[in-house]
Design a protein around this ligand. Structure first.
Ligand code: ASP
Length: 334
């Protein structure tokens, strides 16, 4: 049976070519190169965005366009591929994972480290893997296809800007490995939770704050007290530890009391925030910061952005923040 996909091309290195100013996206190039993947089993339409961006310029406006394109053509296609720059790919994949609840079809995000016009481009294999993954009728989640791996989008991080192995999911297994054969690790795939009910993002105020020893500690407290954020991701040490600094704790308490959802995640790549593992984790929790377990920074920002875009009470946002909505966190058994 022929699978029918929609490919949304947003920009990134993969479709760039050499210009007098250096590498830059060239309209029309990628859709032309993609034609070789059309076959009797696979047919797809390519939607090239009018402004092809370096993904460092991504904004919620771009995210809403991707969400809207998938939502408005959901019934017409078997799956979706989003072609995207690598710099913020993990943010976009995380946003899509939370903004497309009830997803019952594959959405696979990909790009490359070297443009397709480069003789050693990784783009060809990434595209082939993304298209094949987007043809799997039982893949009901947002994934990233990169360097022969299929990864859960809201678990992924860009970990390497200097090799083809650009992405990994530090606290979760891959969803597939692509070798001579594709190894589909279906035991790790999400079970669809329908109905599909896409969420449009609002212009919300969400920021991540990276704790450092010294003046940065109190400064974060001052920012939290003054910034009137909808959501704040506080990146603490180890298992969620922070100094019992008066200004930091006062800022967390003031923000939490005024409705900001403050989430404590770790700066460390592997492992999770565990309140009570160390006494040094308690003051932040008592001040009102939620334990973000092993959420990635990208997923934490994305989840807050989507939750704060919905008409929910601060209490409902806090409750949802601590629940796994798209396989994004490892919950400890009670
Ligand atoms: N700066 C590029 C981008 O994110 C990097 C890439 O695509 O690999 O758009």
């Amino acid at each position: 049976m022929t699978r029918r996909l929609l490919v949304l091309y947003t920009g990134g290195t993969i479709g760039m070519d050499h210009t007098p100013d250096g590498l830059a996206p060239v309209p029309g190039l990628l859709p032309r190169l993609l034609a070789r993947f059309q076959s009797a089993e696979l047919t797809f339409d390519v939607e090239e965005y009018p402004e092809l961006i370096d993904s460092s310029a991504i904004t919620p406006v771009h995210w809403n366009r991707i969400i809207g394109d998938i939502a408005s053509r959901y019934d017409a296609y078997d799956g979706f591929v989003v072609i995207h720059g690598t710099d913020t790919m993990a943010y976009t994949a995380s946003v899509l994972a939370f903004a497309l609840p009830g997803l019952g079809k594959p959405v696979v995000v990909t790009g490359s480290q070297l443009p397709l016009v480069h003789p050693r481009s990784d783009g060809w294999s990434n595209l082939a893997d993304a298209l094949e993954a987007a043809c799997q009728p039982d893949l009901c989640e947002v994934a990233i296809a990169f360097d022969r791996l299929l990864l859960r989008g809201c678990r992924a991080r860009k970990l390497d800007a200097a090799s083809f192995a650009g992405f990994d999911t530090p606290n979760a297994p891959p969803l597939a490995r692509f070798g001579i054969k594709a190894e589909w690790l279906r035991q790790h795939w999400l079970v669809p939770q329908g109905p599909f009910s896409p969420i449009t993002l609002k212009d919300v105020r969400v920021a991540a704050l990276f704790l450092t020893p010294g003046a940065g500690t109190a400064l974060i407290g001052q920012i939290l007290a003054a910034a009137r954020l909808d959501g704040a991701v506080l990146m603490s040490y180890g298992n969620g530890n922070a100094p019992a600094d008066a200004a930091l704790l006062a800022g967390v308490a003031q923000a939490a009391a005024s409705g900001t959802v403050v989430v404590n995640i770790s700066q460390v790549m592997h492992g999770a925030v565990e309140v009570g593992a160390y006494a040094a984790s308690q003051p932040l929790a008592r001040a009102g910061a939620l334990a973000g377990a092993d959420l990635t920074p990208e997923a934490a920002v994305a989840k807050l952005t989507v939750l704060c875009s919905q008409e929910l009470s601060p209490e409902a946002r806090r409750e949802a923040m601590q629940r796994a909505l798209a396989g994004e966190l490892t919950l400890q058994p009670d």
